[in-house]
Design a protein around this ligand. Structure first.
Ligand SMILES: NC(=O)c1ccc[n+]([C@@H]2O[C@H](COP(=O)([O-])OP(=O)(O)OC[C@H]3O[C@@H](n4cnc5c(N)ncnc54)[C@H](O)[C@@H]3O)[C@@H](O)[C@H]2O)c1
Length: 317
C-alpha cells in the first residue's frame, strides 16, 4: 500500500480520489488551503494540512510525510480569472507545481500524478491563423498527438506544468502521469465561480431560478463523469510515465446539457440566453484511445446517467 499526498483534496474531483484511495487501503495525506474546497469533503481517515501549495511550509510537510506518490489537483481553476489576472494564475498554477516538484525531489517521491486539461490545452479546433501550430483544423475528438494551442493563461499553465513534469522526469527520474481531463462534472462540484456549467445550472434550477446560457449555447464540450475520472486516478497509481486524455469523445452543446438537467429535475423552466463570452472556445472534445490502450481505462457513465446521479446528489445535499 502506498502513502499518497493529495493536493486540493478538499475540492470537487480530488475529494472523490481521496475516498477511492482510502477504500483501496492506501494512506492519504490531504493538503488544501480551502479557497474553494470544503472541509466537509474530507474523509475522517485522511490526515489534513490546511496549507497553500505556494508556501515554503508545503516542502516541510512533504519532507516530514515522505509520500510515495503526490497526486496534484490544487489549482486556480477559473479560466476567466486566468485571463483577467494571469499573474495570479501563474503564481498558483505554475509556481505552485514547481514548489511541489522541488519538494518531491528533496523527499525522493517516486511518482507525481497531475490534473491537466484536455479542454484548455488543445484550444479551439479551428485552423491556427498564424499557421505556426498547424494551419489545419484540429481533429475532433482531439488526440494527445495534436499540436497544443492553449488560448488562456489557464491552458498555458497546464501545458507548462506538463513541461516541468517532463524536465523532472528526465533530470531526476520522477515518474509522472498527466491526465488531461475533459469537462468534469458530478457530485460535490462547486457552483460558485465560472467553472462547472452542470453545477451552476443545477443550483439555479433547484433555487427556482432560470439559468442563463451564454450566447447561442451551441458551444460544445466533452462531459466526463467524476466517477470515471477517479478510476483513471486509481489506474494511474500503477501506470508508467505518460500523458493521457480522459474524456468521452462525445460532444454535447450547452443547450443539450441544459435540456437534460431540466428534464432530470422535472422542472418546467426554459433556460434564457444571455450575451456570449468573448474568446470562449467553440468546440472541445478529446480522444481517449490512448488511455484505453495503455491505462485500460474507459468512460462508463454516459452524460444522461451522470446528470441523473448529479441531480440526485444536489437534491439531497
Ligand atoms: N473540473 C473540471 O472540469 C476540470 C477539468 C480539467 C482539469 N481540472 C483540474 O482538476 C483539478 C481539480 O479541479 P476541481 O474542479 O476539483 O476544482 P476545486 O476548486 O473543487 O478543487 C481545487 C482545490 O484546490 C484547492 N486550492 C486552490 N488553490 C490552492 C492553493 N494555492 N493551495 C492549496 N490548495 C489550493 C481548493 O481549495 C480546492 O479544494 C484542478 O487542477 C483543475 O484545474 C478540472
Amino acid at each position: 500500500m502506498a502513502k499518497i499526498l493529495i493536493t486540493g483534496g478538499a475540492g470537487f474531483i480530488a475529494s472523490h480520489i481521496q475516498d477511492a484511495y482510502l477504500e483501496k487501503d492506501h494512506r492519504v495525506v490531504v493538503v488544501d488551503n480551502l479557497v474553494t474546497g470544503n472541509k466537509k469533503n474530507l474523509n475522517s481517515k485522511s490526515k489534513f494540512y490546511r496549507v497553500d501549495i505556494t508556501s515554503s511550509e508545503i516542502r516541510e510537510i512533504i519532507k516530514k510525510e515522505k509520500p510515495d506518490i503526490i497526486n496534484h489537483h490544487a489549482a486556480q481553476i477559473d479560466v476567466r480569472k486566468s485571463v483577467s489576472d494571469p499573474v495570479w494564475d501563474a503564481k498558483v498554477n505554475i509556481l505552485g507545481i514547481i514548489n511541489l516538484l522541488e519538494g518531491a525531489k528533496e523527499a525522493k517521491v517516486k511518482k507525481f500524478i497531475f490534473a491537466s486539461s484536455g479542454g484548455a490545452i488543445y484550444g479551439d479546433p479551428e485552423p491556427d491563423p498564424s499557421g505556426r501550430y498547424g494551419a489545419r483544423a484540429l481533429k475532433i475528438p482531439t488526440p494527445e498527438t495534436s499540436p497544443e494551442r492553449p488560448i488562456s493563461p489557464y491552458g498555458v499553465g497546464k501545458l507548462t506544468s506538463e513541461k516541468y513534469l517532463y524536465y523532472y522526469n528526465v533530470q531526476y527520474g520522477l515518474e509522472y502521469v498527466a491526465l488531461r481531463y475533459a469537462n468534469v462534472y458530478g457530485p460535490r462540484q462547486n457552483s460558485r465561480g465560472e467553472a462547472g456549467v452542470v453545477a451552476i445550472f443545477l443550483d439555479k434550477l433547484l433555487a427556482g431560478e432560470t439559468p442563463i446560457i451564454n450566447g447561442d449555447g451551441k458551444q460544445t464540450r466533452d462531459y466526463v463523469y467524476v466517477g470515471d475520472v477517479v478510476k483513471a486516478n486509481v489506474l494511474a497509481l500503477r501506470a508508467k510515465t505518460g500523458v493521457y486524455n480522459i474524456g468521452t469523445g462525445k460532444e454535447t452543446d450547452v443547450n443539450q446539457v441544459a435540456g437534460k438537467i431540466v428534464k432530470a429535475i422535472g422542472a418546467k423552466v426554459k433556460p434564457k440566453h444571455g450575451p456570449g463570452k468573448p474568446g470562449e472556445q467553440k468546440r472541445s472534445c478529446i480522444d481517449w484511445g490512448l488511455a484505453k490502450r495503455i491505462l485500460k481505462w474507459k468512460p462508463e457513465i454516459d452524460v444522461d446517467q451522470g446528470i441523473r446521479e448529479t441531480v440526485a446528489w444536489f437534491k439531497h445535499r
